[in-house]
Design a protein around this ligand. Structure first.
Ligand code: C5P
Length: 399
């Protein structure tokens, strides 16, 4: 799919710019022609000489450059490629794109182009989480800009969280998907993620501990392989993946309705940490502390969404994947859970406090399927997600 394509690669000024060099190499290996553009700030991180040598062509940097204009005007430059890729896309560049500012060559090309644009954001976690960046992201998404990443992880600035640029091979996969070539192109995958909140009264709730990090990473990895993803999420702390159809819910019963509403799907991944019970007759008003009296809560069972979908007969997704968070006898419990719920695969992990997995960045999973239990080495949640998405793609491939 990539052979013979032409990409205009805009490199903006962030520490992740060094990864753009590897991205160029990976694209060139696949027979892609890369025309590079660097912002002024990008020069602080990588040299035009390295970029030019890897691309085998000159680097465009200046808007008012007579030689470049004589060779190829900037409007022409913006349209000559099949796809414009911005990697890394800094918060500043995203902000300029969102308002349509054109004050240098990169932003002018982005405003002038008539080709699809894919960005790989990279920035400090607080900059990514800032309402201004999230607002800009929503605007860009609304403008049809394709977004790859960012990933969760350790950052060069010493902080941790979303903001790390997607890895070069993930960007290659996203580019492939943009050209209609991802292995999950045309497939619809449903992913549940995050906790559910079960109200006791308008201000209190019961819930499971879940950041939504693993479910979000799975959705992102599936999107990168070209899938159409419906992401049904409880109130998670991880921001939802760019590019997914996000359905935000609060309770397990709402999640169940949203899941049924999102079908049919080719595959469904149930990564949500759904509360097993809800409070029967939750109060409309805040329950008051009364002297000597403690409130009594009556629990009702929540629907087991995974079991319901696994056993639904007609309309069942071709592949149903559950997660099993266990604190002891992980494989035995997860194997029994898979048989009880009748899902195809269970991704089991140890969430005992000693494992540090709950709320952490890494995961150590065992995938249980018809072919037995396969334990994967401990790795970043993003890497688990990528590996799982590859497995899903292989399983959905027509035989
Ligand atoms: O039974 P347990 O909660 O351990 O099962 C975990 C798996 O079942 C996860 O995939 C979770 O998303 C799913 N689940 C569900 N609905 C529930 C409880 C769990 O979909 N009510």
């Amino acid at each position: 799919m990539l052979q013979g394509k032409h990409i205009l690669l805009i490199i903006s000024g962030g520490i992740a710019a060094f990864k753009a060099l590897d991205l160029i190499r990976r694209l060139r290996e696949r027979g892609v022609r890369v025309t590079p553009v660097m912002t002024a700030a990008a020069h602080e991180f990588v040299t035009p000489l390295s970029v030019s040598a890897l691309c085998g062509t000159k680097v465009f940097t200046e808007l008012f450059d007579l030689t470049s204009e004589a060779e190829m005007g900037h409007i022409e430059l913006s349209r000559a490629a099949d796809l414009v890729v911005v990697a890394p896309a800094t918060a500043n560049l995203m902000a300029k794109m969102a308002i349509g500012q054109a004050d240098d060559l990169a932003t002018t090309l982005l405003l002038a182009t008539d080709k699809p644009v894919l960005i790989a954001p990279a920035m400090n976690v607080r900059m990514w989480d800032h309402p201004a960046t999230q607002r800009n992201l929503a605007t860009l998404r609304g403008d049809g800009i394709l977004i790859c990443g960012p990933n969760d992880g350790d950052m060069a600035c010493g902080e941790f969280g979303p903001g790390r640029m997607a890895e070069p091979l993930e960007i290659v996969a996203a580019i492939d998907a943009a050209f209609g070539g991802g292995p999950l192109q045309g497939k619809h995958v449903l992913v549940t993620s995050g906790p559910t909140h079960e109200p006791i009264d308008p201000v209190r709730y019961i819930a499971n501990r879940s950041s939504g990090a693993q479910g979000t990473a799975v959705a992102r990895a599936l999107l990168n392989l070209g899938a159409r993803v419906t992401f049904v999420t409880g109130p998670a702390t991880a921001p939802p993946p760019a590019g997914a159809n996000v359905i935000a819910v609060e309770t397990a019963r709402q999640m169940r309705d949203a899941v049924h509403g999102a079908l049919p799907a080719d595959a469904a991944v149930f990564a949500a940490a759904v509360a097993d019970w809800h409070v029967v007759g939750a109060s409309d008003q805040k329950i008051k502390k009364t002297k000597g009296g403690l409130p009594t809560l009556q629990f009702g069972e929540n629907p087991d969404i995974l079991a319901e979908i696994s056993q639904m007969g007609a309309g069942r997704p071709g592949l149903v994947v559950g997660f099993a968070a266990e604190t002891e006898d992980v494989i035995a419990h997860a194997t029994a859970k898979r048989a009880r719920k009748r899902c195809d695969w269970i991704v089991a992990n140890d969430v005992s406090p000693a494992s540090g997995i709950m709320g952490g960045t890494e995961n150590a999973v065992t995938v249980i399927s018809d072919s037995g239990a396969e334990t994967w080495p401990r790795m970043a949640k993003d890497a688990v997600a990528r590996q799982l998405a590859d497995r899903i793609a292989a399983a959905l491939e027509p035989t």
